[in-house]
Design a protein around this ligand. Structure first.
Ligand SMILES: C[S@@+](CC[C@H](N)C(=O)[O-])C[C@H]1O[C@@H](n2cnc3c(N)ncnc32)[C@H](O)[C@@H]1O
Length: 343
């Protein structure tokens, strides 16, 4: 159900939802050591309502930050949640407590006008990006590819929120595969509640007033963390009958990450949720068994007789590059699989 709200948000470019302080705190506590002496930039934000600004300003001394910069994007659309549309875009600079009360006061926060609307791609925002060491925000999901490309281009450290679907984007997956970006600790139950005026289509039990529930959100980062060095404990031994081979690639299919056999040395297809537990010292990523990314690593196109059969039974139709298995006469296509191999 909640997935529908994300899809709708993407379609309509509904990017106005705000992160809760509790969620920021829950994730950020794992990366404290990275922040000492650093300049942090929170872009794609509105510092006047942003919990990212609150988090870093109030924890400035605790984290030992050098400087905090936040840029405000001036919304052109008055229908949107942020009602600051009439004002000019600004950026804020905070360099720590000056009067000894340990609270970021208005007179300690420098408010500077931006010439443009605060678009993260604008020259003036890129100048601020260059100055920063670590970028932390929840960027617009509709511009996620461009947003990440810019961080990589300027070789920045980052910790940002995105949707797990982004893992299979052709622009994003190679970064994951090359260990240039990985998943953070994430949200409880794989879903986040964000402060928003959009209609929440989550089931009643999950609904929180003034919030939308977005399932499948996660943190994406290139900051090292403990989880990344913890190995998955494997307990199942390989038996051919438990792990069918794909018809179009030399690998076995594993339905659950915890069922990865400890004694199989070949290539294995595992659910995309494996990325949550991925330790690059334990496994290497071979590729993604979906469509063109699949073809690029040698997943064979459908055999003609199977393609015909698949079209008849499934709505999406046969897409060459998708992994598939034969169960008797039946063509079985598992949901998105990452191909991995033990190191
Ligand atoms: C998902 S919201 C998150 C807001 C805030 N970072 C937070 O988590 O509380 C994404 C924000 O990006 C802003 N935005 C949209 N397009 C942008 C652009 N091109 N440049 C900068 N910010 C943009 C939106 O106005 C929106 O406030």
């Amino acid at each position: 159900m909640a997935k529908r709200s994300v899809d709708k948000a993407k379609e309509a470019k509904k990017d106005e939802f705000y992160t809760q302080l509790e969620d920021i705190n829950n994730e950020l506590r794992h990366y404290r050591k990275h922040f000492r002496g650093k300049t942090v930039l929170c872009n794609c934000d509105d510092p006047r309502v942003s919990n990212f600004f609150t988090y870093f300003a109030y924890n400035f001394e605790f984290l030992g930050l050098k400087k905090l910069i936040t840029t405000c994007y001036k919304n052109q659309d008055i229908e949107l949640f942020s009602d600051n549309s009439a004002e000019k875009a600004v950026y804020l600079i905070y360099e720590g407590d000056k009067n000894g009360d340990h609270i970021p006061n208005a007179e300690e926060i420098g408010v500077h006008p931006l010439k443009g609307d605060g678009d993260f791609r604008s020259a003036e925002c890129i100048e601020l990006l260059k100055e920063a060491d670590i970028i932390v925000t929840n960027p617009p999901f509709s511009l996620f590819r461009e947003y990440v490309a810019q961080l990589i281009e300027y070789d920045k450290k980052f910790l940002i929120i995105g949707h797990q679907n982004a893992l299979s984007y052709k622009e994003i997956f190679p970064l994951i595969q090359n260990n240039q970006m990985w998943l953070g600790y994430g949200f409880k139950g794989g879903a986040g509640h964000f402060i928003s005026n959009y209609e929440d289509v989550a089931t009643a039990g999950n609904h929180k007033e003034g919030m939308i529930r977005v399932s499948g959100v996660n943190w994406f980062t290139n900051l090292d963390m403990q989880k990344r060095h913890e190995s998955i404990i494997l307990y199942k031994s390989y038996k051919p009958e438990d792990y069918p081979k794909y018809e179009n690639f030399d690998a076995i299919n594993v339905n659950r990450t915890e069922e990865i056999p400890f004694d199989y040395n070949g290539v294995m297809g595992v659910p995309i949720t494996f990325m949550d537990k991925y330790n690059p010292d334990q496994f290497r990523i071979i590729g993604l068994g979906i469509a063109n990314l699949g073809l690029s690593i040698g997943v064979l196109p459908y055999k003609p007789e199977h393609k015909k059969y698949r079209k008849e039974v499934q709505r999406r139709g046969a897409v060459d590059g998708d992994l598939y298995m034969m169960k008797g006469e039946e063509v079985v296509v598992p949901y998105a699989r990452i191909l991995i191999q033990k190191k």
